[in-house]
Design a protein around this ligand. Structure first.
Ligand code: ASP
Length: 280
């Protein structure tokens, strides 16, 4: 059993040492509680559990503390992929819910598994997800000061359970200051992908991640015989062709972990029950 979580990029300009330390402490707390959960739950259940906790922590740009779009509204995206059944589900640009990943989880049980905008909002209301504002004063202040900032967040988790099954989940408040209607990578197979061989969750500039088909390429390359390290390196080399801004964490079926970032610094943590490592 093993899991990795990520908390997106540290913004190059806006994060104090205090915030960095707080993020590291949150990563440790969430990685450890999620690993405890993994002992008695599947990889699929665990990635949802981990991402929900990351969404609930205002330090990260997902759920509570999400970025505000250019029209002053928060729209969030999240997705879930079960490496065992090969099913992907997600919500794109959902509003006024606390935990977008829980709606993605709910959608696993229906035929239409990726919903966007009004459809996603309506589905949440109809299925009992309570109305909730994820706005926090810091994000509003940034918005008012028109400080569009890339890379303050997005969260993700990849997990390998005791049955050898893999899953990935990713959730984001977006880039900040987007044109309403912009689609994030986080609820696409470029940002979140898993199969029986490998699971990957990405953060960074969604347009670059989609252009590079990052998560789906890494996972496919592992299935085609690449080591996880080679699959990451080749995929990130291809991003260099257009200076793509991305970071990713990955886990293979043998418990091998790997990560890459095209620019500094993605924050992530790995835990296997014995060794906890936080990387930044
Ligand atoms: N990937 C997210 C997006 O483009 C943002 C991020 O990871 O910080 O919506």
């Amino acid at each position: 059993m093993k899991l990795l979580i990520h908390g997106g990029f540290f913004s190059e300009f806006s994060q104090s040492t205090e915030t960095k330390l707080a993020k590291q402490a949150a990563m440790e707390r969430i990685a450890k509680s999620s690993f405890d959960f993994l002992k008695t739950h599947s990889a699929l259940e665990t990635v949802v559990f981990a991402v929900e906790q990351l969404e609930n922590d205002p330090l990260f740009n997902a759920g509570i503390g999400s970025q505000i779009q250019s029209d002053g509204v928060i729209r969030m995206s999240a997705s879930l992929m079960d490496g065992n059944t090969k099913k992907f589900s997600g919500v794109i640009n959902v509003q006024q819910v606390k935990n977008p990943i829980r709606i993605a989880e709910h959608l696993m049980g229906v035929d239409d598994r990726v919903l966007g905008g009004e459809g996603a909002n309506g589905y949440a209301v109809k299925n009992g997800f309570e109305a909730f504002s994820t706005e926090i004063p810091d994000r509003r202040a940034e918005f008012e000061a028109k400080r569009a900032s890339h890379g303050t967040g997005t969260v993700g988790c990849v997990a390998l359970d005791q049955d050898g099954k893999l899953a990935a989940a990713t959730s984001t408040g977006g880039k900040g200051f987007e044109i309403p209607g912009r689609i994030s990578d986080s609820a696409t197979v470029a940002g979140n992908y898993a199969n029986a061989d490998c699971a990957v969750s990405c953060t960074g500039v969604g347009e670059d991640i989609v252009s590079g088909a990052v998560a789906s390429k890494i996972v496919t390359r592992v299935s085609d015989g690449f080591s996880i390290e080679k699959a990451f390196n080749k995929t990130f080399d291809e991003l260099k062709e257009f200076d793509g801004f991305a970071g990713a964490i990955g886990l293979d079926k043998g418990g091998g972990i790997y990560w890459q970032e095209s620019h500094p610094k993605i924050v992530f943590a790995a835990y296997d029950g014995d060794n906890f490592t936080v990387f930044q």
